[in-house]
Design a protein around this ligand. Structure first.
Ligand code: NDP
Length: 327
């Protein structure tokens, strides 16, 4: 049987963590033949550490055959030791009266420390996924704080936006979500993201042709996908957690095991593709194989799309300017 791989998860006692860990341990992320060791990080706070103990008891009680070990940590230098995969879920939420600059600064502190810790102790091939918001900027901060690791190994989660868009398009076209191909989401994981179905097909038919309604695209589809997180909070009284955890599983599974030629969306550092300045962590269409992702190049960007891409890029660059002095 395979050697276990090490999977670090931060914010492990939070609500996304609770929807995520059991699925990683059951083999849904890295395959039903791949044993895993979970290295869980929580803040030192007694309440968080106790909650983490409870989650670990439940993991034990699931008796997952693939779960080769579970560790609880409060120090990233221990949690990230030799880790092959790191899912950075924990982040500072916006508190009452907290300004955007304060939020950026609080998260810059967390992700600078975590980037440095990954740089010091993680596997040299560690694959990092940032879920905690602002995800793209947090990934950028961690990447900049880890100069000895390949920058391309730092990614941000756009997959939830991708999956939300796929679900809306399946409903609109009356087809199955699994039949939808070549969808992508450009930019920041925020309401400014641009879900782009111009190239997408369902059962081989062009979705753009099937929908044939640019007003629906601009006035219904994009706002619905962009504000879906807020709609779930309004309905459930809590933020989306199971769907966020599911998207994290999808992102890591496809990165590790390959997308079989299909497009998926990942937030990855640009190399200048589509005029996005190098280093900006941006949602792109990618294909994955052999543990590597490749940005899909050469797509035509029309005027409407360019305008949308410019908006989400400007927001991201504003966030990055806001943390520059902290790096
Ligand atoms: P959640 O588990 O619900 O959310 C964690 C992070 O994921 C938040 O930043 C949240 O952003 C983000 N997120 C990204 N996409 C989504 C989405 N679609 N829906 C909801 N959230 C999304 O938060 P909890 O408060 O339950 O848990 C966070 C845990 O992290 C706590 O246990 C805390 O102690 C821990 N923590 C750990 C740190 C560490 O390990 N060093 C550092 C900081 C916190 P948003 O805030 O925008 O909803």
């Amino acid at each position: 049987s395979k050697t276990p791989v090490r999977v670090a998860v931060t914010g492990a006692a939070g609500q996304i963590g609770y929807a995520l860990l059991f699925r990683i341990a059951s083999g849904e992320m890295l395959g039903k033949d791949q044993p895993v060791i979970l290295q869980l990080l929580e803040i030192p706070d007694e309440k968080a550490q106790n909650a983490l103990k409870g989650v670990i008891m439940e993991l034990e009680d699931c008796a997952f055959p693939l779960l080769a070990g579970v560790e609880a940590h409060s120090d990233p230098l221990q949690a990230f030791k030799d880790t092959d995969y790191a899912l950075l879920v924990g982040a500072r939420p916006r508190g009452p009266g907290m300004e955007r600059a304060d939020l950026l600064a609080a998260n810059a502190q967390i992700f600078t420390a975590q980037g440095k810790a990954l740089n010091a102790v993680a596997s040299r091939n560690v694959k990092v996924l940032v879920v905690g918001n602002p995800a793209n900027t947090n990934a950028y901060i961690a990447m900049k704080s880890a100069p000895d690791l390949p920058a391309k190994n730092f990614t941000a989660m756009l997959r939830l936006d991708h999956n939300r868009a796929a679900s809306q398009l399946a409903a609109k076209t009356g087809t199955k979500v699994g039949d939808i191909k070549k969808l992508t989401v450009w930019g920041n994981h925020s309401p400014t993201m641009y879900a782009d179905y111009r190239f997408a097909t369902t059962n081989g038919q062009s979705i753009k042709d099937l929908v044939n309604d640019q007003v629906w695209n601009a006035d219904t589809f994009l706002p619905t996908v962009g504000k879906r997180g807020a709609a779930i909070i309004a309905a459930r009284g809590l933020s989306s957690a199971a769907s966020a955890a599911n998207a994290a599983i999808d992102h890591m599974r496809d990165w590790a095991l390959g997308s079989n030629g299909e497009w998926v969306t990942m937030g990855v550092p640009s190399n200048g593709e589509y005029g996005i300045p190098a280093g900006v962590v941006f949602g792109f269409p990618v294909t994955t194989a052999g543990g590597e992702y490749k940005i899909v190049e050469g797509l035509e960007i029309d005027a409407f799309s360019q305008e949308r891409i410019n908006i989400t890029l400007a927001e991201l660059q504003g966030e990055q300017d806001g943390v520059k002095h902290l790096l």
